[in-house]
Design a protein around this ligand. Structure first.
Ligand SMILES: Cc1cc2nc3c(=O)[nH]c(=O)nc-3n(C[C@H](O)[C@H](O)[C@H](O)COP(=O)(O)OP(=O)(O)OC[C@H]3O[C@@H](n4cnc5c(N)ncnc54)[C@H](O)[C@@H]3O)c2cc1C
Length: 473
């Protein structure tokens, strides 16, 4: 069934933080006098604003970015802090679930503005997209979105805010996968409830997800083992707010070796002058994407393999209170963090029930009641088990970024199609642009991308080209 078409319908696919911010900014900018679309459609079976990071209700899963940098509106940086203040909240690393509520409420409020276009919620998943380039010269819509429920909806443009996919499984031995004691996605609803109370646990991966899971699962009488190839754990934020230092003028065109030296010099300089390495890391944030794009594909691949993990543990930091809680659990012997990879596993049983025996690459053996995949969202689109992504790659409407990490996109986030396909009016943002931008996964970047997209999509003349020529946006 097709919905009756009104000119200029925009779809936002995915209602996590990125999709909610896009819909919010579309409503906001339209209400502020930009030409409004007929309707904005927000398509996701999940409620708005929550997604992977902000759907948790656990009070100890805290924001990893200070609240002062989490406003939904780049032109009103204090918006989230005021929202918290109105509810008597603290203003720093509050529970992430509160941010999900803030986004949902902000969207609802924006939708009530008398000048806002209609916001239509569709609780379904998009499983495929058809593009008809010839529709650009007729009155028909160029995009048709197929839903899991069987419906098709037509649009003039769509933003794919598909976010984080489930963690990759390439490392998982087949026996573990089949064991019933392997949690492929620890963020899946109810996943932690299946972890046996009286057993040790193994977390594979030592990033942000590991920190949350370790804090959720640690308790007297249990050891939470956390392992990764490098054993690196996210660094804590400073206990007092640090100043935003001046952005350095760096150039990566001489290659990765020169960039590494320049980055280390900048961090050493900030440590010497300002007393904190974090200022050096933060000072690079505005230029990270530009530096990344100056590197050759070979150097980008080397950076991903050799530098990314160390960079991320300093760049994506955890609240001091989470770092202290983790330290306390480690000191109490309830959490153990180290290097190692899973070589193979065997499922056996003892008096208390089933247990997984895990042999690590260093020969060490662990006996645990559950193994949690904390390796982070799978970034290689060709390995993702997602109907829509598979459809986009097979029809050529989207192509993977050259070094992986989401779709290949234009400067404005429009999907670059396969060589033999006309570009479709499809845009994306956030983690699906990681291969192109590197620095694109946190709210301060996503809210800017969402606002830029909203302004672009409300500009009918930009949409009128509908991309038969090579897309510039
Ligand atoms: C543990 C953790 C903590 C983090 N904490 C912070 C933080 O404190 N601050 C910060 O700035 N960043 C944080 N991040 C970064 C975080 O990834 C992003 O800020 C945020 O999750 C991005 O939201 P998103 O909408 O892109 O993706 P997601 O949250 O993954 O949402 C994607 C949505 O799209 C929907 N969807 C997917 N495919 C379809 C489809 N085909 N049809 C319909 N709907 C679909 C899904 O159902 C989902 O609701 C954290 C990340 C992690 C892993």
């Amino acid at each position: 069934m097709n919905h009756s078409r009104t000119a200029h319908d925009i779809a936002v696919v995915g209602a996590g933080a990125a999709g909610t911010l896009t819909a919010l900014r579309l409503l906001h900018n339209a209400a502020a006098g930009r030409p409004a679309p007929a309707r904005i459609w927000l398509i996701d079976p999940e409620p708005a604003g929550r997604g992977l990071a902000f759907g948790t209700d656990a009070p100890h899963h805290l924001l990893n970015v200070p609240a002062g940098r989490m406003s939904a509106h780049r032109d009103d940086p204090g918006h989230f802090v005021r929202w918290l203040g109105d509810r008597g909240g603290e203003h720093d690393f509050v529970p992430r679930g509160l941010f999900g509520r803030y986004l949902a409420e902000s969207l609802e409020t924006a939708g009530k503005h008398h000048a806002a276009p209609d916001l239509v919620r569709v609780p379904d998943r998009v499983v495929g997209i058809t593009h008809q380039p010839s529709a650009a010269s007729s009155a028909a819509s160029p995009l048709s979105l197929r839903l899991r429920g069987g419906q098709s909806l037509d649009f003039d443009a769509a933003v794919l805010a598909l976010g984080n996919f489930a963690p990759g499984l390439a490392w998982v031995p087949p026996e573990l996968r089949a064991s019933g004691m392997f949690l492929a996605d620890p963020w899946a609803p109810g996943a932690l409830a299946t972890v046996p109370e009286d057993r040790d646990v193994l977390l594979v991966g030592t990033g942000l997800t590991m920190v949350d899971m370790a804090l959720s699962l640690q308790r007297p009488g249990r050891v939470v083992h956390a392992l990764s190839r490098h054993g690196l754990v996210p660094q804590p934020h400073a206990t007092t707010p640090i100043l935003a230092p001046a952005t350095p003028e760096l150039d990566a065109r001489s290659g990765l070796a020169g960039l590494r030296r320049a980055v280390l010099r900048q961090i050493a300089y900030c440590r010497r002058v300002h007393g904190d390495w974090r200022m050096g890391v933060d000072s690079l944030r505005p230029v990270t994407s530009a530096l990344w794009q100056q590197l050759s594909p070979a150097d980008q691949a080397r950076l991903l393999a050799q530098d990314l993990r160390l960079w991320e543990t300093h760049r994506h930091r955890i609240p001091p209170v989470s770092a202290r809680a983790l330290r306390t659990a480690v000191d109490a012997g309830q959490v153990s963090i180290g290097r190692g990879t899973v070589a193979d596993t065997k499922t056996t049983a003892d008096a208390h029930g089933d247990v997984v025996e895990v042999r690590l690459d260093n020969g060490r053996r662990l006996r645990v009641g559950a193994v949690l995949n904390c390796t982070g969202s799978e970034a290689d689109l060709t390995r993702i088990d997602d109907t829509l992504v598979t459809d986009l790659l097979s029809t050529g409407l989207g192509t993977p970024a050259p070094v992986g990490g989401g779709f290949d996109t234009t400067a404005g986030g429009r999907l670059r199609p396969a060589d033999d396909r006309a570009p479709a009016p499809l845009w994306t943002l956030g983690s699906l642009r990681r291969g192109n931008l590197l620095e694109t996964t946190a709210i301060p970047e996503i809210r800017c991308q969402a606002d830029d997209l909203a302004l672009l999509l409300l500009d009918r003349s930009a949409l009128a080209t509908r991309g038969e020529a090579a897309p510039a946006h």
